[in-house]
Ligand binder design. Structure first.
Ligand code: XIL
Length: 344
């Protein structure tokens, strides 16, 4: 067992509420992850959760943490300036509580899925900073005590390690990052605060930029607590080989680490070699998590091809999750489960 047996037993007695054991049937990712000492998660599509009973059952049975796929993004929370819609996100909070799951809050500051009133508004730097401050404070306060991790800033660097040109960077400069973490921490000191990005698994100019940033933030006393690796892979690009080394260097800076949005897309039609390569992609990232010291969770960005963002965004690619459209288990599902079991 990865964490000591005594610690795991003591922890189970202390924190697992009555009924949690029933929530993890034996042959599931969830029970295997319990044994391995990490949380296993999925992004949740709220329409599917409402309309599809099988989906709803599987989210509860298979996962011990959930992330809102869309309903906690700014455009969903505040479509009209000053008019908030927390209802869909609150439904996920309720679902997670009923199923003894942790919630990853996604996302406070991003360049995408922002409301039009914000992106099309003509705000001065001072106004924009105040708007961001209010958004972070209001959102984190609303969900206070209910969110385990917040993805505070998402996708702030380009792959070459330079700052991404966003409304935030352009208008406020790099200081928006420290501000965002401080405001979030003030609103909910118990939530763990994460950086989050894609193509940041292994050692690279992009992860180097994060490493330098974390050093600066830490030196300035900014409350940054986690390094989030989205983990959007594609079979045609192979699997990053230096992921464990990268996680470890962030852990040495005092951060927790987490895989936050894992999927492995395939150019369609998929052949059996690609289906195996996909399983390998999921497994390699999971093994890095299990071998790291402070990797606390491994979240899938959707668990079934029935509801998945990939075909709409990457033309000609898809089948990126461990279950088929009919909820059949693929090699990836079995490989994730068995890798977790081996670590347990
Ligand atoms: C995606 C959702 O899955 C889609 O439904 C939506 O249309 C666009 O956003 N990185 C992120 C996630 O941080 O929020 C994105 O989610 C996928 C890429």
């Amino acid at each position: 067992m990865r964490r000591s047996l005594i610690a795991a037993v003591a922890l189970t007695a202390l924190i697992v509420p009555a009924g949690a054991a029933q929530a993890a049937p034996p042959d599931t990712l969830r029970s295997a992850a319990n044994g391995a000492g990490i949380r296993i998660g999925t992004a949740v599509d709220m329409s599917a959760l409402a309309e599809d009973e099988q989906y709803r059952t599987l989210v509860g049975a298979e996962f011990s943490t959930v992330t809102a796929e869309n309903v906690m993004k700014w455009e969903a929370l505040e479509p009209t300036r000053g008019v908030h819609n927390y209802e869909p996100a609150d439904r996920l909070v309720q679902y997670a509580r009923a199923h003894h799951q942790k919630l990853r809050g996604h996302v406070l500051v991003w360049h995408s899925q922002n409301p039009a009133w914000l992106t099309e508004g003509d705000f001065s730097p001072a106004e924009l900073r105040q708007i961001l401050r209010e958004h972070i404070t209001d959102t984190v306060t609303h969900f206070k005590g209910k969110v385990w991790h917040w993805d505070v800033v998402n996708e702030i660097f380009n792959d070459d390690g330079t700052w991404r040109d966003t409304i935030w960077y352009r208008t406020l400069g790099p200081g928006f990052v420290a501000d965002a973490f401080r405001w979030a921490h003030r609103a909910d000191p118990a939530a763990k605060l994460y950086l989050n990005d894609y193509n940041n698994e292994g050692l690279s100019p992009k992860s180097d930029a994060y490493y330098a940033l974390v050093q600066q933030l830490k030196a300035a006393g900014v409350p940054v607590q986690g390094y989030g690796v989205q983990g959007h892979l594609a079979t045609q690009y192979g699997v990053p080989q230096t992921t464990l080394e990268n996680l470890r260097r962030f852990e040495r800076l005092g951060l927790d680490t987490a895989f936050t949005e894992v999927d492995v897309r395939i150019p369609l039609p998929a052949d059996s070699a690609e289906v195996q390569a996909q399983a390998q992609g999921f497994t390699t990232l999971l093994q890095a998590c299990l071998l790291a010291q402070r990797c606390v969770s491994y979240t899938l960005w959707g668990f079934t091809d029935r509801y998945n963002w990939v075909p709409g965004v990457f033309e000609g690619e898809g089948e990126a999750t461990p279950l088929t459209e009919d909820y059949e288990r693929k090699p990836a599902y079995r490989s994730i489960r068995d890798t977790l079991r081996l670590a347990g």
